[in-house]
Design a protein around this ligand. Structure first.
Ligand SMILES: *[C@@H]1O[C@H](CO)[C@@H](O)[C@H](O)[C@H]1NC(C)=O
Ligand SMILES: *[C@@H]1O[C@H](CO)[C@@H](O)[C@H](O)[C@H]1NC(C)=O
Length: 366
């Protein structure tokens, strides 16, 4: 036996391994309390090691990380109830280029149950939004569990970012008060960006599961949305445009709306172009299965569509499911400027369609 050469080979390979890029990655800078965060912000390998509490009226700001930084979340991080933060504040901000954020062993708890009063961000208690993402350059955010967001959960304004295997559980907000869910405006993902993918995720909330306000090349794939207002392109306001949106292989259950496109009444100088909803399952939708309308107002739609933000090239392919008892419409279209709609295999049972401003012969409109 030539033990020595074998040993030497092992030593050499160990040495080489220690020089490889993975091994020269920075030693982790471990954050075990809110006040320990600051000294780690310049590290390229940050571990947020719960359990710890972010004190009342404080936020975690990781908006200017170094390029290529890895952030790992472990354990439970709770954000204490704040009295001063408002809807223009975010409890957590992530920004930087080529960021890898791995939350599979971690949970962010927003203590929403201490803010919720049925009014969302329209009034009542002040409520911060939860997570702002403005990453770029092939960033990945994966695996995080999020509990009880005070208001909107994710606001994504960056580019070239993938979010996957995210769990948002705001189901505690379904609790009723005076006939209304206490949670309101608890949107899952609000997107105003480009080249954004959100996939393999589960969202339980009381408002839009996805809401795209502007941007292009936005992919929403293999997600399950329960309890809220469904998957929405819009509301699109003046001077905003969206194009190339793909929603595929998603389920929407126990929600007011299934899938929708909405532009704001009287808005102008924008467009909605090239939107494809494919392989969508709807279950027990309470109001409208498919809703495409150009009369939207937050206070209540006008029922008079306007043509300032035209909607073109919308495809629905394999959209199937059921409406809840008493639902308004299986498919609802209210258009003043819509063209190039192609609906294939749209089968929603339990309510009747209503389509205005498009060919009455569209599948799902008859
Ligand atoms: C779709 O998402 C679910 C989680 O909701 C996951 O278990 C499954 O693997 C995903 N499918 C693919 C093809 O990644
Ligand atoms: C589509 O969704 C089903 C049911 O959630 C899942 O099992 C499957 O992996 C998904 N396929 C893709 C390609 O994501």
């Amino acid at each position: 036996m030539h033990v020595l050469p074998v040993l030497a080979a092992v030593l050499v390979s160990t040495l080489l391994a220690s020089l490889s890029p993975a091994a020269v990655a920075a030693a982790p800078c471990v954050v075990t309390s809110f006040h320990a965060l600051k000294k780690c912000l310049t590290s390229t390998n940050i571990v947020l090691q719960g359990p710890f509490i972010v004190p009342s009226n404080h936020k975690i700001d990781m908006s200017s990380l170094k390029k290529g930084t890895h952030v790992t979340v472990k354990g439970l991080i709770k954000f204490a109830h704040s009295t001063k933060l408002t809807k223009s504040d975010y409890l957590f901000t992530l920004g930087g280029e080529s960021i890898i954020f791995d939350g599979k062993e971690g949970t962010f708890h927003g203590n929403g149950q201490q803010y919720w009063d049925t009014k969302g961000t329209n009034g009542g208690n002040k409520k911060p939004k939860f997570i702002k993402v403005r990453t770029t350059g092939q960033s990945v955010i994966k695996g995080l569990t999020i509990k009880n967001s005070p208001a909107h959960t994710f606001s994504i304004t960056g580019s070239d970012t993938t979010l996957k295997r995210i769990t948002i559980d705001n189901s505690d907000g379904d609790k009723q008060k005076g006939g209304k869910a206490v949670g309101h405006n608890t949107d899952g993902f609000d997107v105003s960006g480009k080249h954004i993918t959100i996939k393999d995720s589960t969202i339980k909330n009381q408002d839009d599961c996805l809401s795209v306000a502007s941007g292009h090349h936005i992919y929403f794939l293999n997600n399950t949305c329960t309890g809220g207002n469904g998957i929405s392109v819009g509301s699109i306001a003046s001077h905003k445009s969206v194009s190339h949106i793909r929603v595929e292989n998603c389920t929407v259950a126990d929600s007011d709306i299934g899938i929708r496109i909405k532009t704001i009444a009287e808005a102008e100088d924008g467009k909605v172009e090239d939107v494809h909803f494919k392989d969508i399952v709807l279950k027990d939708i309470r109001k409208r299965g498919v809703s495409i309308r150009q009369d939207y107002l937050n206070a209540g739609p006008t029922m008079t569509p306007t043509d300032g933000i035209p909607i073109s090239n919308v495809r629905l392919t394999n959209v199937q499911g059921t409406m809840a008892k008493g639902a308004k419409h299986s498919t609802f279209v209210l258009c003043a400027a819509c063209d190039g709609f192609k609906f294939t295999n749209v089968k929603i049972t339990g309510a009747t369609p209503s389509c205005t401003g498009v060919e009455k012969t569209l599948v799902g409109c008859t």
